[in-house]
Write a protein that binds this ligand. Structure first.
Ligand code: BEZ
Length: 261
């Protein structure tokens, strides 16, 4: 019942989306326009945890960027959205904008992506600021041609199959890529268009990654800053006691050791 309600709501939302973008849809039907706005089909890099984040050049609401130059030597989060002027995306961008200070405190730059052009993004940002009572400052990539969405595989399987069958232009899913100062992909999340993300979880995993890097530890289920962390298997209990202080290390099993940091 719940699943069918969700599907019905999503169908209704997609119908509204199609109506809102009727000009766009009409253009999509035109083979000439499709040639210019087809999702690119070149080789797609295989993105794994530890892969270098692919570089690209793009237009954003804060000017043209070369992604690697924009990252510099800081952490970055690249997150995608299906389309401007859609409800879930509007709430998500508003929530990320409000957390600017939290991301900055962790040394993380944010960059959004939505599959529309700059003119549309600028108008949409006004709506986001109004509805979330915020001032969105990070750049949003104008990925109307899906170049970045294709490069980062931000496209669902049914859409890939549809592209192969019919060509045209694919829908972008909700992806999150957390990239470290060495430009390595450290964590990814993939959500369908129907499900909004959780900003607390994004901040939590950034804290976990940065703590692991700084302290040489791992973090258990549901870990939050301030809680005990795990001594990794490669570190003996003796070494852990020397490193973190004997009084801080707790051995539950020989392979399950916690420590305060
Ligand atoms: C949205 O609400 O953001 C949305 C929902 C379905 C498809 C695309 C966007």
């Amino acid at each position: 019942m719940a699943a069918s309600l969700t599907r019905t709501a999503l169908r209704a939302s997609n119908t509204r989306l199609a109506t809102t973008h009727s000009t766009f849809a009409a253009r999509q039907a035109s083979p000439i326009f499709r040639r210019f706005l087809a999702t690119p089909r070149g080789e797609q890099p295989r993105l794994r945890i530890g892969s270098e984040a692919p570089n690209f050049q793009a237009k954003t609401t804060n000017g043209d960027i070369d992604f690697h130059q924009w990252l510099g030597n800081k952490w970055g989060i690249l997150f995608s959205h299906p389309a401007d002027f859609t409800p879930v995306c509007t709430t998500e961008l508003g929530a990320f904008a409000k957390l600017k200070d939290e991301f900055e405190r962790r040394g993380v730059q944010m960059i959004g992506l939505s599959a529309n052009d700059l003119g549309s993004h600028d108008k949409w940002i006004s709506d986001i600021n109004e509805t979330s009572n915020t001032t969105l400052q990070f750049p949003i990539i104008a990925d109307a041609d899906r170049n970045v969405a294709w490069l980062y595989d931000m496209i669902s399987a049914p859409d890939i199959e549809k592209l192969a069958r019919e060509g045209g232009i694919a829908f972008t899913i909700r992806s999150v890529f957390i990239i470290d100062p060495a430009k390595k992909i450290r964590l990814t999340m993939m959500y369908p268009a129907s499900t909004g993300r959780n900003t607390s979880e994004v901040l939590r995993v950034i804290d976990a990654l940065q703590t692991a890097d700084k302290k040489g530890v791992t973090t258990p289920i549901d870990w939050q800053v301030g809680e005990d962390v795990i001594v990794p298997p490669a570190v003996s209990t003796e070494e852990a006691r020397r490193k973190f202080g004997a009084e801080n290390v707790r051995e539950v099993k020989p392979y399950l050791r916690f420590t305060r940091i």
